[in-house]
Design a protein around this ligand. Structure first.
Ligand code: GLU
Length: 362
């Protein structure tokens, strides 16, 4: 009689516990696997030597047991060394990722496989043009798929783990190699061949992919909450063709020839890889001043590999009048990233006062 009374607390709890124990394994077996989309563009990760390349599909198949944990879809965007990636590729990639995030609400994130040489550039471009709170992760390999100790499969697996992880939300575009997670803004390739080639000299890595979990050392840069959408810095819907902007390296004895040639070739923007914190040779400085008179926007970055070149907005804009260019500092952007921001900014406006706003540190 006593045992049959449902409202008797201990008995009711025992029944609920038994039910939960019985159905819990069923529930977890049916829990959907996190969905990640992989876009393959080529690079060393796909390189089989003698001109042959693995496809994205083959890269995915090379990771044993992936399907039991993740629902991975894959597409082949290109299959080239990353020196052959163009600004047209960037725009198409940004639009494609935007489309994926709009049409696939199930997606946790996107992984892009890419050659390592220009990976930091593509990553920064996507960081500026993809607005989602969901992560985009670029990965690749320092060793070819046919080399002993090829680390491509581990990098790709860890990137899928990262893209699928809720803790990756609000972190924009990241680069993952060698178990390290880097923010697109800060990461750079700092060695030609070592496995630890990628570094973020001014900020350190965002985190690491340990075997059991992902560990982040820094908070997300975007405040997303439960939202999935977030406006990008540059919406690809309103970006037409990117104007010409080039990089000029500074070194002892550099004269005016390169700067003059680029201005004559129609460059609307120039980035100087200055010798230090904005320094260049007298010949380059004279050519830069002439370029500014002709409306060229000049951004001073540095060849040193780390540290800031101050934006110096007040000084840089004090002589500005419509039709003229200006000289501004890149803050902590290296020359190749400063060029990307400059091209996107120039695609939107000619006004150096507005362009200076984009170069302010976030
Ligand atoms: N590291 C080169 C790249 O960035 C490798 C070229 C290749 O083997 O495809 O793409």
């Amino acid at each position: 009689m006593l045992l049959l009374r449902w409202n008797l607390m201990p008995v009711r709890h025992l029944c609920l516990l038994a039910c939960l124990l019985y159905i819990a394994p069923e529930l977890s077996a049916q829990r959907p696997r996190p969905a990640v989309h992989v876009i393959a563009t080529g690079g060393t990760i796909s390189n089989l030597g003698s001109g042959a390349r693995r496809t994205g599909e083959e890269l995915i198949r090379g990771i044993p047991g992936l399907d039991t944990t993740f629902a991975v879809t894959v597409e082949q965007f290109s299959n080239v060394a990353s020196g052959s990636i163009t600004t047209e590729h960037w725009m198409a990639l940004a639009r494609r990722i935007d489309e994926l995030f709009r049409t696939r609400p199930d997606l946790r994130g996107v992984v892009v496989t890419h050659g390592t040489d220009t990976m930091e550039e593509t990553a920064f471009f996507l960081d500026l043009t993809v607005g989602s709170c969901r992560p985009v992760v670029l990965t690749g390999a320092m060793r070819r798929a046919v080399d002993i100790g090829a680390e491509g499969p581990a990098n790709l697996y860890n990137s899928i783990r990262l893209a699928a992880s809720p803790s990756a939300r609000g972190r924009g575009t990241m680069v993952l190699l060698n178990d390290e997670i880097h923010a697109a803004r800060f990461v750079t390739k700092a060695n030609t061949s070592r496995l630890d080639a990628f570094a973020s000299p001014d900020a350190g890595p965002l985190g690491v992919t340990d075997p059991d979990t992902l560990v982040f050392h820094q908070p997300p840069s975007r405040s997303c909450g439960t939202r999935t959408a977030q406006a990008p810095t540059f919406d690809m819907k309103s970006v037409g063709t990117l104007p010409r902007a080039d990089i000029v390296y500074s070194y002892i004895g550099a004269d005016s020839v390169t700067v003059n040639a680029l201005v004559n070739a129609g460059a609307r923007g120039l980035v100087l890889a200055s010798v230090g914190r904005g320094g260049m040779t007298p010949g380059q400085a004279a050519a830069v001043r002439r370029g500014v008179d002709r409306g060229v926007l000049v951004i001073m970055s540095s060849r040193t590999g780390s540290g800031r070149v101050p934006l110096n907005e007040q000084e840089g804009l004090k002589d500005w009048s419509p039709g003229r260019g200006a000289i501004l500092g890149a803050e902590d952007l290296n020359p190749q990233k400063a060029r990307i921001l400059l091209m996107l900014a120039l695609a939107r406006t000619q006004d150096p006062r507005e362009i200076a706003r984009y170069f302010r540190r976030p």
